[in-house]
Write a protein that binds this ligand. Structure first.
Ligand SMILES: Cc1cc2nc3c(=O)[nH]c(=O)nc-3n(C[C@H](O)[C@H](O)[C@H](O)COP(=O)(O)OP(=O)(O)OC[C@H]3O[C@@H](n4cnc5c(N)ncnc54)[C@H](O)[C@@H]3O)c2cc1C
Length: 389
């Protein structure tokens, strides 16, 4: 046997990044996606230097830079006084320090870059998996259109409601956090008087649930606004449901004038409830594993959801790159999980805590991670240490 047949459920950011890396490693990769096509849904994705470096290693960083914006700083401001409580230089300084800049990009533009590189005939659209079973020699997927397929390895890149996760660990719903998020995009020219528009700015609110984050989109021509607030009564999880602009403004009516000026410029807004899960103690079983939101869905407060999915994809592909026989798959997936679990759990919990870089602090452990350089044998060493305890 020379190449493994690898199925990836979900053509999201994590699934497609893994598909590209595993295809390049010589495996026979097929991606199954429930949507009929790639849709221009969602808005801005924040790619911190750790994520950009992972994409650079795949050779797609230039294409991503083409439509992305490049925030100049990461600034924290206090909701009422507007006082700056921390300022981190990004841009060239981050590039020098971490080997890559921070980029912010529309999710659809990032997906388009990934889809352009991965062979189109290997993405099967309108394939929603409804049953997944594993036996001694592989995994069978059954789709809602009645078709089936069989693979040697199955990777769940199928997001927060992952069917692969359910197949491994049973059904368990994500938890509503009691927090809702508003998303809006405004032209930068409409708020030109607000300072630091090309920075990633976080307005820390009067309680941990309340915050407004703004950053540039579309090479800086637009500004993305992401605001959260506690609200127990709204449970709808959606990337497309409109919210009320008046409710958005009312929710932050006591915020500093600069923040209110941004909200005053909004013509429309989307609203969604935020859900999350606890870190898993493990996320592989036999020849199945998870990545991205399927394994560690997190609150958006460290802006690492996409970054963790991309890092997972690179480390997973490196772990599977040398595997040529069926009996070596499970160990490679265990190695991947050991390499990733501690970091993603820490970021999942840190995102829930919502304190990251509030008053400064060292971002190196997040931004300085290099998914292409993490020694793969560290996964093996961790296994031995765990065995020795
Ligand atoms: C439509 C959409 C819009 C988003 N917009 C934003 C945004 O604007 N900003 C932001 O920060 N984050 C956004 N996110 C979330 C963000 O993409 C993720 O948090 C992060 O990038 C991790 O990505 P992922 O690849 O693990 O999962 P996801 O991005 O959630 O991708 C999962 C993929 O799996 C597919 N899928 C799910 N179940 C099945 C199934 N049973 N069978 C087949 N396919 C399945 C989904 O259709 C999706 O394409 C969005 C997610 C989605 C799905």
């Amino acid at each position: 046997m020379s190449a493994l047949k690898i199925g990836i459920l979900g053509a999201g950011i994590g699934g497609l990044t893994a598909a590209i890396a595993l295809h390049r490693a010589g495996h026979d990769v097929v991606v199954y996606e429930q949507s009929k096509q790639f849709l221009r849904v969602g808005a801005d994705i924040n790619l911190t230097p750790n994520a950009v470096r992972a994409l650079d290693g795949l050779g797609i960083g230039e294409a991503v830079r083409h439509t992305a914006a490049r925030p100049t700083h990461r600034i924290s401001r206090s909701w009422d006084s507007g006082e700056e409580t921390s300022r981190l230089e990004m841009g060239d300084t981050a590039e020098k320090k971490y080997g890559a800049p921070q980029l912010t990009i529309h999710r659809a533009d990032l997906l388009a870059v990934l889809a352009e590189i991965f062979p189109a005939e290997r993405v099967r659209f309108a394939k929603r998996a409804e049953a997944i079973t594993q036996d001694g020699s592989g995994i069978t997927l059954k789709f809602t259109d009645g078709s089936t397929d069989r693979v040697d390895v199955l990777i769940g890149g199928d997001g927060i409601h992952s069917a692969v996760r359910t197949a491994m660990f049973g059904a368990e719903s994500p938890r509503f956090t009691g927090v809702v998020a508003f998303r809006a995009v405004i032209p930068a020219a409409s708020v030109a008087a607000v300072p630091n528009l090309q920075a990633f700015t976080k307005w820390w609110g009067p309680n941990p649930e309340s915050q407004i984050v703004t950053f540039p989109l579309n090479r800086g021509k637009d500004i993305f606004i992401f605001a959260t607030t506690a609200q127990e009564s709204w449970h709808l999880e959606s990337w497309t449901t409109p919210g009320s602009v008046q409710e958005l403004r009312d929710s932050y009516a006591e915020f500093h004038g600069d923040a209110r000026a941004l909200l005053d410029a909004c013509d429309e807004v989307l609203k969604t409830a935020l859900y999350e899960r606890d870190p898993l103690p493990c996320w592989s079983k036999g020849n199945m594993t998870l990545l991205g939101d399927a394994s560690h869905p997190m609150m958006p407060f460290m802006a690492q959801g996409a970054g963790m999915a991309i890092e997972d994809a690179v480390v997973l592909a490196r772990c599977l790159a040398q595997v040529k026989t069926l009996d070596a798959i499970a160990a490679a997936l265990q190695g991947y999980e050991r390499l990733r679990l501690e970091r993603t759990s820490k970021i999942q919990l840190g995102s829930r805590g919502n304190n990251w870089l509030r008053d400064g602090g060292n971002a190196d452990w997040v931004y300085g991670y290099d998914a292409w350089a993490v020694p793969l044998d560290a996964g093996q060493e961790m296994k031995q240490e765990a065995g020795a305890v």
